[in-house]
Write a protein that binds this ligand. Structure first.
Ligand code: PDD
Length: 287
């Protein structure tokens, strides 16, 4: 079955799908995006993703001429037409196509594109047994990384550095504070307390992050939303990361140094049970 993409109201073969060369997303990174997990054909945490998408549009003053109802229908239609039960859907909305000028164009409608890719979530469950390593990189991003824009060059460079170092992720460090990963939120566990950077302007408010906080608190586990240092992370009992494409993964090495025992620990294991039970409850999917 050929892969299909959605471009401004039309579903077409991915190979033919394109935007104008003067799309503002290309020229200025003047675009926002969302990535959602789809399991068993169901979009996980769709409502929170929609809320964040609308907030991002509002923060940047981008007008999307489509309500949530039709947007949901179009997303579901693209997923169904692509035929993958386990996949991710990528949605990008730019300020539109216009003659290149930094200031906003007068009347350009937003460009909405969506793509769907098959995704192997079962591998994330296998990785719970071994955990993954991260490296650290200086956080040299702009001051509003809470807005999910396509201007991701520092994240791209950080992820590439991680890949070259044989690590799964790069943790972005500002001063001595660990903020988040290049495409994931960062967590440590110390004396049973689960610690992650607070939301604000310095991290992306991850959907997997807020879901995990909710699940952990409902299970009477202690969550602290506060900044933590790299030294704290290196001295932590356990560490982990969360995102749409990695709902929870133990971090067992930071810059080559073992975290705790150097093996996935009991708190992350318990959290992983909660996270995957929630996935099963929402979507019916089990590995
Ligand atoms: N990344 N922090 C950053 C910088 C991110 O780009 C992401 C998401 C997250 C986690 O957010 P969520 O739980 O909503 O996925 C944190 C997506 C998956 C991406 O860019 O592909």
């Amino acid at each position: 079955m050929p892969q299909l993409a959605y471009v401004n109201g039309r579903i077409q073969p991915l190979a033919d799908a394109s935007l104008h060369v003067e799309d503002r997303g290309t020229q200025f990174g003047d675009a926002i995006y969302e990535v959602c997990a789809v399991m068993n054909g169901q979009i996980l945490d769709w409502q929170p993703h929609l809320v964040r998408l609308r907030r991002n549009l509002a923060e940047l003053g981008i007008t999307l001429d489509m309500e949530n109802g039709p947007l949901t229908l179009q997303a579901r239609r693209l997923i169904a037409r692509n035929g993958h039960k386990q996949c991710i859907i990528y949605m990008q909305i730019s300020r539109g196509t216009a003659k290149r000028d930094h200031a906003f164009p007068g009347a350009a409608p937003a460009n909405l594109v969506m793509t769907v890719r098959r995704f192997d979530f079962a591998q994330r469950i296998k990785q719970l047994a071994t955990g993954i390593g991260v490296i650290t990189q200086p956080d040299n991003r702009w001051g509003r990384v809470d807005i999910k824009t396509t201007g991701l060059l520092p994240n791209v460079l950080a992820k590439q550095a991680a890949k070259q170092a044989g690590a799964f992720e790069a943790w972005m460090v500002s001063g001595d504070t660990v903020r988040e990963g290049s495409s994931t939120n960062a967590w440590i566990v110390k004396d049973g307390r689960i610690i992650t950077h607070p939301v604000g302007t310095a991290i992306l408010p991850g959907i997997a992050r807020s879901s995990l906080i909710h699940l952990a608190r409902a299970a009477q586990m202690l969550v602290e939303e506060r900044p933590f240092t790299l030294a704290e992370a290196l001295a932590a009992d356990e560490a982990f990361l969360t995102s749409t494409t990695a709902p929870i993964l133990p971090v067992v090495r930071i810059d080559g140094q073992a975290v705790g025992t150097g093996m996935p620990g009991p708190v992350v294991s318990r959290l992983a049970d909660l996270v995957w039970a929630e996935v099963a409850q929402q979507t019916g999917w089990r590995a």
